[in-house]
Design a protein around this ligand. Structure first.
Ligand SMILES: O=c1ccn([C@H]2C[C@H](O)[C@@H](COP(=O)(O)OP(=O)(O)OP(=O)(O)O)O2)c(=O)[nH]1
Ligand SMILES: [Mg+2]
Length: 155
C-alpha cells in the first residue's frame, strides 16, 4: 500500500541575514525545517535569550508556522523553548526569533552563529467564529482538567 504525500505549501521567505543558508528539511519526510541562530550566545544555567534566526516569512492565510524545540538540544543540553511551540502568524513579516532557555541546573550552554536551534513546522489552522452562549452543551469531560483523569502519583 503506497502513502500519498500532501502537496507542499508555498511560503515566501526573506533572508534578513543573507550569509546563512535558508531553513531546510534534513530528510524528505521531516516535519520541521531547522532554524539557525545568527548570533553567538552563552546561556548560564536557568538563563533565557531571544535568538534571531535571520529569516522572515509570509504564509498564506489559513496557515501558521510553529517554532518547535529540537530534541537533541533538549536531551543533550537541557535547552528548551520558553513558549514551545512559538506561533508565527500568517501575517507576521518580522524576523522569526527563538526564545531559548537553559534548563540545566549546573552547566552553561553555548550557541555559535549558524547553529540549528529550533525547527519550523508549517500547519493549516482553522479560524474560529465565536458564537457566545450562556450555557455550553454537556460533555463527558465537563470541567475536568489538570489531572482529573488521575494516573499521577504525585497529585
Ligand atoms: O517563538 C516565536 C513566537 C512568535 N514570534 C513572532 C511571530 C508572531 O506572529 C509574533 C507574535 O507572536 P505572539 O502572538 O506569540 O506574541 P504576543 O505576545 O501575543 O505578541 P503580539 O501582541 O505581537 O501578538 O511574534 C516569533 O518570532 N517567535
Ligand atoms: Mg499574539
Amino acid at each position: 500500500m503506497s502513502i500519498t504525500p500532501r502537496p507542499s505549501v508555498d511560503v515566501l521567505i526573506r533572508r534578513v541575514d543573507p550569509e546563512l543558508p535558508l531553513p531546510s528539511y534534513e530528510h524528505p519526510g521531516d516535519a520541521g525545517a531547522d532554524l539557525r541562530t545568527t548570533v553567538d550566545a552563552e546561556l548560564a544555567p536557568g538563563e533565557r535569550a531571544v535568538l534571531p534566526t535571520g529569516v522572515a516569512i509570509a504564509l498564506p492565510d489559513g496557515y501558521a508556522a510553529f517554532v518547535h524545540p529540537r530534541s537533541g538540544l533538549a536531551a543533550r543540553c537541557g535547552v528548551a523553548l520558553v513558549n514551545a511551540p512559538g506561533t508565527v502568524d500568517a501575517g507576521y513579516r518580522g524576523e522569526i526569533k527563538v526564545i531559548v532557555v537553559n534548563l540545566d541546573p549546573r552547566e552553561g550552554v553555548s550557541f555559535r552563529r549558524g547553529d540549528r536551534i529550533a525547527q519550523l513546522v508549517i500547519q493549516q489552522v482553522e479560524k474560529a467564529s465565536f458564537h457566545e452562549v450562556a450555557e455550553l452543551p454537556g460533555s463527558a469531560r465537563a470541567e475536568g482538567g489538570f489531572g482529573s483523569t488521575g494516573g499521577h502519583a504525585a497529585v
